[in-house]
Design a protein around this ligand. Structure first.
Ligand SMILES: Cc1ncc(COP(=O)(O)O)c(C=O)c1O
Length: 281
C-alpha cells in the first residue's frame, strides 16, 4: 500500500505537534514495546467504530497495566480528524498509548502514559490481494496473544517476506499448524461451502471488522482450520480497518477459483450495509 502525498499530522499528550518535531521523550517505555495501539478509519471527518476500537485499546493496554485516558484520546482525535485536508482525503488514525517516561529496565513502569494520535492518508487497496503463508508462527499461548501491542517487529519481518514473494499480505499459522491471521488482517475462507474464520483461541486479534461480520453475516462460523486449507479454498478474503472485506486472488502464487466468490460478495455487501447504517456500530 502506498501513502498518498498529503502530510500526516500528530497530537502528543495534549498538543498538536509539527511533522518532524521531537515529541516523545527518549526514556519512554514505548521504546521497549510497552504500549498498545489502534488503527481507526476516518469517514467524512469522523472515526468509524470508535467505541469498539477504544474497548480493544483498553483490553490491550490493560494487560500491560497502562491506563487509557479516553478523554485525552477523544481530544486528540477531535484536534486532527475534522481538518479539511483529512476530510478531503481517505485518511486513518493511529492511536497509541505507551507506558510513558520511566527508568531504564524492562520491569519499570511509567507513572504517566504517553498518548499519541496520528492521522495520515490511506491509499485504497486494489480490488483483490495476494497472500503468502509464512514460515513463522503466531504463538497462541504467548503473553501478548490477542493484544494489539506496539511490538509489531514480527509483523514487519513477515510482511517484508511476503513482499519479497510478490504478495501484499503474510498469513501466519499458529503453533498447532492452524490458520491464525495476517500481519494486519483477519482471514476468512470457504470450507465446503461454509464461510469460516479462525477462533480467537487461534491467537488472532479480535479484529473490529471480523467482529462486525460475525455479528451480521448469517452462516459465518469460527472454527480451527489447518493452514494448508487456505491454498485449497474456492474463495477467501481478508478483513481489516484499511481493507474492509478484501478478496484473496492468490495464495502462495496459486489463484483461487474466484475472487470475489459468492460468500465474499455476501460479506462485502453485509459490511457495506453496516457502514451505511451507522458510524459507531
Ligand atoms: C494482527 C492484526 N490482525 C487483525 C487485524 C484486523 O483488525 P481490524 O479489523 O480491527 O482492523 C489487525 C489490524 O488492526 C491486526 O493488526
Amino acid at each position: 500500500m502506498t501513502v498518498l502525498a498529503a502530510a500526516p499530522a500528530y497530537w502528543v499528550d495534549g498538543s498538536v505537534v509539527a511533522d518532524g518535531a521531537v515529541a516523545l521523550r527518549p526514556d519512554d517505555h514505548g521504546l521497549v514495546g510497552d504500549g498498545a495501539f489502534e488503527a481507526i478509519k476516518i469517514i467524512d471527518g469522523r472515526p468509524f467504530a470508535l467505541t469498539r476500537h477504544l474497548r480493544r485499546l483498553r483490553h490491550s493496554a490493560g494487560a500491560l497495566c497502562i491506563t487509557v485516558d479516553e478523554d485525552a484520546i477523544r481530544a486528540g482525535i477531535a484536534a486532527l480528524a475534522g481538518a479539511e485536508a483529512v476530510r478531503a482525503h481517505n485518511c486513518w488514525l493511529r492511536v497509541t498509548v505507551t507506558g510513558g517516561s520511566s527508568p531504564m529496565g524492562t520491569g519499570c513502569v511509567g507513572t504517566h502514559p504517553t498518548v499519541v494520535v496520528a492521522v495520515a492518508p490511506m491509499a485504497p487497496w486494489g480490488p483483490t490481494c495476494d497472500v503468502a503463508i509464512v514460515e513463522w508462527t503466531r504463538n497462541e499461548t504467548g503473553a501478548t496473544a490477542g493484544l494489539k501491542t506496539i511490538s509489531y517487529a514480527e509483523n514487519v519481518i513477515a510482511l517484508r517476506a511476503a513482499h519479497t514473494r510478490g504478495a501484499d499480505e503474510a498469513i501466519f499459522a499458529n503453533t498447532q499448524g492452524n490458520l491464525c491471521e495476517g500481519t494486519g488482517s483477519n482471514v476468512f475462507l470457504d470450507v465446503d461451502g461454509q464461510l469460516v474464520t479462525p477462533p480467537l483461541s487461534s491467537g488472532c486479534l479480535a479484529g473490529v471488522t471480523r467482529e462486525l461480520l460475525l455479528e451480521n453475516c448469517p452462516g459465518l462460523i469460527e472454527a480451527e482450520i489447518p493452514s494448508a486449507a487456505l491454498a485449497g479454498a474456492k474463495e477467501a478474503f481478508l478483513t481489516s480497518t484499511s481493507r474492509d472485506v478484501h478478496p484473496v486472488r492468490t495464495v502462495d502464487g496459486r489463484p483461487l477459483a474466484a475472487a470475489p466468490g459468492p460468500l465474499t460478495r455476501q460479506a462485502m455487501a453485509s459490511f457495506a450495509g453496516i457502514v451505511e447504517r451507522t458510524m459507531d456500530p
